[in-house]
Design a protein around this ligand. Structure first.
Ligand code: NAD
Length: 473
């Protein structure tokens, strides 16, 4: 029988499996050393990473790269390093009285080889964020970044090779076909960040191997302005949250729900806030480009369709620049009154477009959120605690920031992840450590114990003991 030679991908996977078998539970020292090497890599190469990502985007604010990629990964590494000993320690778990003096422990064990597939929009954060958690948990890691950020990936591959042996951490370069082969490998855990559509294929591929999977997906995240909300303050946060990375952020507010009759006021305040953040656009290094011409054209089509459907379009272009085919930048655009069947109102936008939709009372706002897929994020702005709590209890989303945008993602002590179509599972901080560990319950029986009283042949003793148990439990 002819056996085809293993591909490079399979070879790397197999090398990591063998290395893991030889070291199934790396010590704290080994894990800290891996985290230190990861930290040194981003500290020494941070500026070059920012330049590479800038090249891939054709204009990505280096300050956004510093804040949303380098800083987030750096604080993730430092947090994991500081808490690693406590996380690795077997966790005490209570033991019912009738089982004592036996005791329980929850042992956190590395899983093995972890696969990480990441998207282009925050290429460093979304590849190294999961990787740091998987390494902290004692695993080996194979990374498959997006083909849309080739400059970034080439540098990542180069610096990972210089700092890690390929059986510890390794980068696999490639397009969708490589992605398909990658997610077909029998990983001990597969961690995918990307679109909901591709997430479905990934879940199916993982299911064939019964590989546990975390899916960090997308969707339409609403921002709700309550009637009690100071609009001017909210507009500043929404403009920031929407326009960071030119809206190419999984948790960017995707559409805005505002009380009936307020859409024009809100649009006016947003316009003012945006002009203050970005007095110019094309030559402004703070304002990021759209990742590709194809993605930019998609945004233009969405705006055109909304315009054709009768929506009012507010293009915020403070210095009146000309957006032609020579720029990949797209001006911030507010859309008032887009029809529900337009792409703008059906698909995740992933760009600097913000539809503003009026609601008629809180029930209506909540119903509008709940008639869609459960979103990755939800934002609520206002001062009325009772209405805030109604929104929190009557909607289900991956995470929430109240009276601001995006910042729940930066909380290392909170899990980050979606729900249903916006994702499965979570990471960040201890949540990431647990995602990449088998939490194994271990029951330590005492030398002197009464469990033999429950053994067959079943008779009077068994009846007596079961009756006793029923009374005390
Ligand atoms: P994408 O789903 O197109 O691609 C993501 C990755 O999957 C890439 O590495 C790609 O090469 C690979 N891939 C593509 N098709 C594949 C297949 N059939 N099998 C296996 N791998 C495949 O996503 P994108 O366009 O790179 O990123 C944008 C999307 O990611 C948005 O929907 C956004 O909301 C989502 N996202 C989610 C989060 C989160 O944390 N939840 C973060 C960032 C982005």
């Amino acid at each position: 029988m002819l056996v085809s030679p293993p591909t490079l991908l399979e070879e790397r996977f197999e090398a990591q499996r063998q290395a893991f078998a030889l070291e199934p539970c790396p010590s704290e020292k080994i894990r800290v050393d891996r985290l230190n090497r990861l930290l040194a890599m981003i500290e020494t190469q941070g500026a070059e990473f920012a330049r590479r990502i800038d090249a891939d985007f054709g204009g990505r604010s280096s300050n956004e790269t510093r804040l949303a990629e380098l800083f987030i990964v750096r604080s993730g590494i430092r947090h994991a390093r500081a808490h690693l000993r406590a996380w690795m320690r077997p966790q005490r778990v209570s033991t019912s009285l009738h089982f004592r003096p036996a005791y329980n422990r929850l042992v956190r064990q590395p899983l093995g080889v972890v696969g990480v597939v990441s998207p282009w929009n925050y290429p460093l954060q979304l590849s190294l964020g999961p990787a740091l958690a998987a390494l902290a948990a004692g695993n080996r890691v194979l990374l498959k970044p997006s083909e849309l950020t080739p400059n970034f990936t080439a540098l990542l591959d180069q610096v990972v090779r210089a700092s890690f042996s390929p059986d510890e951490l390794s980068v696999v370069n490639g397009d969708v076909d490589v992605g398909k082969a990658f997610v077909g490998l029998p990983f001990d855990h597969l961690f995918f960040t990307g679109s909901t559509q591709v997430g479905r294929h990934v879940a199916q591929a993982a299911a064939a191997n019964l590989a546990p999977v975390t899916l960090e997906l997308g969707g339409k995240s609403p921002a709700i302005l309550d009637a009690s909300c100071p609009i001017r303050t909210a507009a500043k946060s929404i403009a920031f949250g929407k326009l960071m990375n030119a809206g190419q952020t999984c948790i960017a507010p995707d559409y805005l729900l505002v009380p009936k009759g307020r859409a024009n006021d809100v649009a006016h305040e947003l316009e003012t806030a945006i002009k203050r953040l970005y007095p110019a656009l094309i030559a402004n290094p703070d304002y990021t480009s759209i990742i590709s011409v194809r993605h930019r054209e998609r945004l233009a089509e969405m705006v055109q369709e909304a315009r054709d459907s009768g929506a009012r379009i507010v293009t915020v272009n403070p210095s009146g620049e000309v957006f032609d085919e020579h720029t990949r930048k797209f001006p911030p655009t507010l859309v008032i009154g887009a029809a529900p069947n337009t792409r703008l109102m059906r698909e995740e936008i992933f760009g600097p477009l913000l539809p503003i939709v009026e609601y008629d009372g809180l029930d209506h706002a909540i119903a509008m959120v709940n008639q869609r897929d459960r979103p990755l994020a939800l934002y609520w702005f206002g001062l009325d605690a009772a209405r805030r709590d109604r929104v929190l209890t009557e909607t289900v989303s991956g995470g929430v920031t109240v009276n601001d945008c995006l910042w729940h993602l930066a909380q290392e002590a909170q899990p980050f992840g979606g729900v249903g179509p916006s994702g499965t599972g979570a990471y960040h901080g201890e949540w990431g450590f647990r995602t990449f560990s088998k939490e194994k319950p271990v029951f330590y029986q005492a030398r002197l114990n009464g469990t033999a009283l429950f053994h067959p042949p079943y008779g009077k003793t068994f009846e007596l003991m079961l009756g006793l148990l029923k009374r005390i439990t």
